[in-house]
Ligand binder design. Structure first.
Ligand SMILES: *Cc1c(COP(=O)(O)O)cnc(C)c1O
Length: 417
């Protein structure tokens, strides 16, 4: 069920008109559908109902408190990559025992903070990190639950910037080194070895790379068992793709069937770190047309949102569907939809057939719920935009639009000036 639908040629989020939202909140604005968030979570969760499992939503995809709370209400935990994310998740009410902590550059104060709050486990990404965690935990009189993030050297067939499981990636410990590290981890005083972890990339549209990686890790698990190292948690990471345009990613149910088939005999508790899959198609960015201009063969549509608001097209050349909020344009036109930022990379759409937007028309960029607001910045001193959540026929602002005052917060003019 798509919750972004037209009624009388006007685009709605659930039962709320986007035009009404912009009239009250202004533009640009991110709009999320609560029903879509819930449905995506439940579909993913149900795909693994056959086995003990916990979904640790990868909050870097969208860390807005109301989005987190929506998932926590449904039983989710989180995959975090910083102390800041842990703080956010705790504020939104996460159960610390459902928190896993990934990332190649964990800082001492972040490790301490995570140990203080009692997270489930650290996904360790290097030999030195393992040593450091043990030192800090020992000093605090604690034992840190850990999994080693094993890099299975499997090509997920996705964009190079979001490929993480190849041998030369910065992530994880290579599979040939991992066995040794597990043996060492068992001897470290501050470490409780409880799991194994992988995360091979993002926006995967095939199940095979997941299953191939799991099979490689299973060989390791078997070896560990012969050494008396028994792990309880198998963290399968995130990465399941979504449809932006013509992709045909597997449904969570199909992905689930394959993963359950591959892991069932292990008797382990499964963890998952989906990000994009839960939030990507649950959010859109609505912007307003400022001006249009035609130059020789090229048409430009200038809007009030830019690469600072939605970075994915500039960063990965990625595709976001475009829809008119009010369908009253005189046909279609091939155009670039560009933002106000002083960079040639500041485009949301390049050379695509889109409605012939005119001044004042609202434009909806679809599938913007993941890595949308979360990656936004205030580059060009543009305050970050507002966020709204819709539920049925109601909506609320879940993040106020920043002000210019917010932008200079913390700055001071040096006394010698
Ligand atoms: C980014 C990330 C995820 C989530 O990836 P998606 O493609 O959004 O599902 C999960 N785990 C780790 C370690 C990540 O870095």
């Amino acid at each position: 069920m798509n919750h972004f639908q037209y009624k009388n040629n006007e685009l709605y989020a659930e039962d709320v008109s986007l035009k009404d939202i912009v009239a009250q909140v202004g533009s640009p604005v991110y709009v999320y559908s609560h029903a879509t968030l819930s449905r995506h979570f439940k579909a993913f969760d149900e795909a693994f109902s056959a086995l003990p499992h916990t979904i640790c939503y990868s909050m870097k995809a969208n860390s807005t408190q109301s989005v987190l709370k929506t998932f926590f209400n449904l039983g989710s935990g989180v995959d975090i990559v910083s102390g800041g994310e842990l703080c956010r998740a705790l504020k939104a009410g996460v159960d610390p025992q459902k928190v896993v902590y990934s990332g190649v550059g964990k800082m001492d104060h972040e490790i301490e903070y995570a140990l203080t709050t009692g997270i489930l486990m650290f996904n360790v990404e290097s030999e030195q990190e393992l040593t450091r965690i043990s030192e800090i935990a020992s000093r605090m009189g604690k034992k840190a639950g850990i999994a080693i993030r094993v890099n299975p050297d499997v090509d997920p067939g996705t964009h190079p910037y979001i490929t993480t499981g190849l041998k030369n990636a910065k992530f994880g410990i290579t599979i040939d080194r991992a066995l040794e590290e597990y043996t060492r981890a068992m001897t470290l005083p501050g470490i409780d070895v409880i799991g194994i972890d992988m995360h091979i990339g993002s926006q995967l549209t095939k199940v095979n790379p997941f299953v191939d990686s799991i099979d490689k890790l299973k060989v390791m698990i078997a070896k560990l068992r012969t050494q008396g190292i028994n792990l309880n948690y198998f963290d399968c990471g995130g990465g399941l793709g979504i449809q932006y345009n013509a992709e045909e990613p597997p449904l969570p149910a199909d992905y689930g069937k394959e993963i359950v088939g591959a892991t069932r005999d292990l008797g382990m508790h499964l963890l998952f770190e989906p990000g994009r899959n839960l939030v990507g198609n649950a959010g859109i960015l609505v912007a307003k047309t400022l001006f249009t201009k035609a130059r020789d063969e090229k048409n430009f549509i200038m809007i009030d949102a830019g690469m600072n608001d939605l970075a994915r097209p500039a960063l990965y050349d990625s595709y976001h569907g475009v829809q008119a909020v009010n369908k009253d344009q005189d046909g279609m036109i091939v155009a670039d939809i560009v933002g106000p930022i002083c960079e040639s990379g500041d485009f949301l759409v390049k050379g695509r057939e889109v409605p012939m937007f005119k001044q004042g028309d609202l434009v909806a960029f679809m599938s913007a719920g993941a890595y949308g607001f979360a990656m936004s910045s205030s580059y060009n001193s543009r305050p970050r935009v507002a966020e709204v959540m819709v539920k049925g026929d109601k909506f609320e602002v879940i993040r106020e639009r920043e002000t210019v005052e917010d932008l200079v917060k913390g700055e001071k003019i040096a006394s010698f000036l």
